[in-house]
Design a protein. Structure first.
Length: 386
C-alpha cells in the first residue's frame, strides 16, 4: 500500500515541475538582443585641430601637463564641413580618423546630466557667437581672439563632460571658461540631421508596410530603394500608393510588397543636404575621441530604413489576416504591432524558442507516459499488499 500510494504524488510533482519550467525556458529563448539600427545622419573624416590655444591639465596623481585646446574641422562624406570640439579631455583625436553622427545615448555623453549644459555652451560661445568683443564683455575677459575664445570654450566643455581640473593658459580664455561653466543652462538634445522613424517595419505580403517618417532639416531629400527591393517589385510609396522619389520633413513612406513576393527584406535610403545641428555628437572607433558639433556648413546626410515581410498569418474566424499592415488599395497610417524579435526571426519561418519548445514537448510526452504507467500499476500493488 505504501509503494502504490507514494507513486501518485511523485508523478504529479514531476509533471508540475516540467510545466513550471516551460515559461522560463521560453523567456530565455526570447531574450536575444535586437540588431542595432543603421547609422543616421552624416559621416565625416577628422582634418585636425585648426583654431586653438593651450590649457593646463592637473591629474589626480599631482602631475601637470600642457595640452592644446580648441576647434577641430571635419570633412563630411559627399560634401560639407564641420567645426567640432572634443568631448573628452583624454581623447587626443587623430587626423584622418573616421566618424559617424550619433545621438547622445550612443556617445560618451550617455547618462551625463551635464550634456544639456554642454549644448548651451556651444550655442552661446565661439564660433556660434562671432562677436568676440561682445563675448569678451559678457565674460569680463578683456580681449578675446579666435584662438583664446576656442580654447576657453573647449575648457568649459571638458569640465562639464569629464569633471576634470583643467584651466586655459591664456587669462582671457580662462575667464571665458569660468563664465560659460557658471552661466550654462540646460538645453534638450538636438535632432539628427537626417533620420527615419522607425528604422524597421514589418508585415505580411500583399500589404503596404509602414509608415516610416522622415525627420530632417533639409529642404527635401531623395528617396532610393535598394536594388533587392526593385528586383522583387517592392515599391516605396506614399499613403495613397503613389511612388515616392523625393520627400520632406514629416513625409510618411511605405513599402508596397506585392502579393506572392517570397519572404525577404528590403531597404530604402534617403539622402539630403542640411546643416548638422549644434550639439550632435560624432563618434569614432575610440570613444574618448568623440567630437561634438559647434558649427556646420550644408552637409550631406543619409538614413536607412528596412522592411521585413514574413508569411501572412492564417486568419481566425471573424478576423482579417495581416490587419496590422495596410492592405494594397486601402491606405492607412496604422503602425505594425509586430515585436522587434518577431520581425527579426520571421525570415527563417521559425523562432529562437523552437529548439527549446521541441525539447520540452518530448520531455512532457515522456513524463506523461511515466505518470500513466505509475497510476495504472497502483491497483496491482494494492492487490499484492492485500
Amino acid at each position: 500500500m505504501v509503494r502504490g500510494s507514494a507513486r501518485r504524488p511523485l508523478a504529479v510533482a514531476l509533471l508540475a515541475a516540467a510545466l513550471a519550467a516551460a515559461p522560463a525556458a521560453r523567456a530565455a529563448a526570447d531574450s536575444d538582443p535586437v540588431a542595432p539600427r543603421a547609422p543616421e545622419g552624416a559621416s565625416a573624416v577628422l582634418d585636425g585641430l585648426k583654431t586653438f590655444g593651450q590649457a593646463v591639465l592637473r591629474s589626480g596623481d599631482g602631475s601637470v601637463r600642457q595640452i592644446p585646446a580648441g576647434l577641430y574641422e571635419m570633412r563630411v562624406d559627399g560634401g560639407g564641413m564641420l567645426q567640432t570640439y572634443g568631448v573628452g579631455v583624454a581623447g587626443n583625436a587623430q587626423p584622418q580618423s573616421r566618424y559617424t553622427e550619433s545621438g547622445w545615448a550612443g556617445s560618451p555623453l550617455a547618462g551625463n546630466r551635464e550634456a544639456g549644459r554642454i549644448r548651451w555652451v556651444l550655442e552661446h560661445s565661439y564660433p556660434q557667437l562671432n562677436d568676440l568683443a561682445g563675448l569678451a564683455e559678457a565674460a569680463g575677459a578683456g580681449a578675446l581672439t579666435a584662438e583664446s575664445a576656442a580654447a576657453g570654450t573647449q575648457v568649459a566643455i571638458w569640465r562639464l563632460a569629464d569633471g576634470v581640473q583643467v584651466e586655459a593658459a591664456d587669462p582671457a580664455a580662462e575667464k571665458l571658461a569660468d563664465y560659460l561653466q557658471r552661466a550654462a543652462g540646460q538645453l534638450p538634445e538636438p535632432p539628427a540631421s537626417l533620420g527615419l522613424d522607425p528604422g524597421d517595419v514589418s508585415g505580411p505580403v500583399g500589404t503596404r508596410l509602414g509608415p516610416v517618417t522622415v525627420r530632417t532639416g533639409a529642404r527635401s531629400v531623395s528617396v532610393v530603394p535598394d536594388a533587392a527591393a526593385v528586383a522583387m517589385g517592392v515599391r516605396v510609396v506614399d499613403a495613397e500608393g503613389a511612388p515616392v522619389d523625393t520627400a520632406v520633413n514629416g513625409s510618411r513612406l511605405y513599402f508596397e510588397v506585392p502579393a506572392g513576393t517570397p519572404d525577404g527584406t528590403a531597404s530604402v535610403t534617403v539622402h539630403g543636404a542640411t546643416k548638422v545641428p549644434v550639439g550632435r555628437v560624432f563618434s569614432g572607433e575610440v570613444p574618448a575621441q568623440a567630437q561634438i558639433v559647434a558649427g556646420s556648413s550644408e552637409s550631406v546626410a543619409a538614413a536607412t530604413a528596412t522592411a521585413l515581410w514574413p508569411p501572412a498569418p492564417v486568419a481566425e474566424a471573424g478576423t482579417a489576416a495581416g490587419s496590422d499592415a495596410v492592405a494594397l488599395g486601402a491606405p492607412s497610417t496604422a503602425v505594425p504591432t509586430t515585436s522587434p524579435d518577431e520581425e527579426r526571426l520571421a525570415t527563417s519561418g521559425s523562432s529562437a524558442a523552437t529548439p527549446v519548445i521541441a525539447s520540452l514537448a518530448v520531455g512532457l510526452v515522456v513524463l506523461g507516459g511515466l505518470v500513466v504507467l505509475l497510476l495504472r500499476k497502483r491497483p496491482l500493488d494494492e492487490e499484492d499488499g492485500a
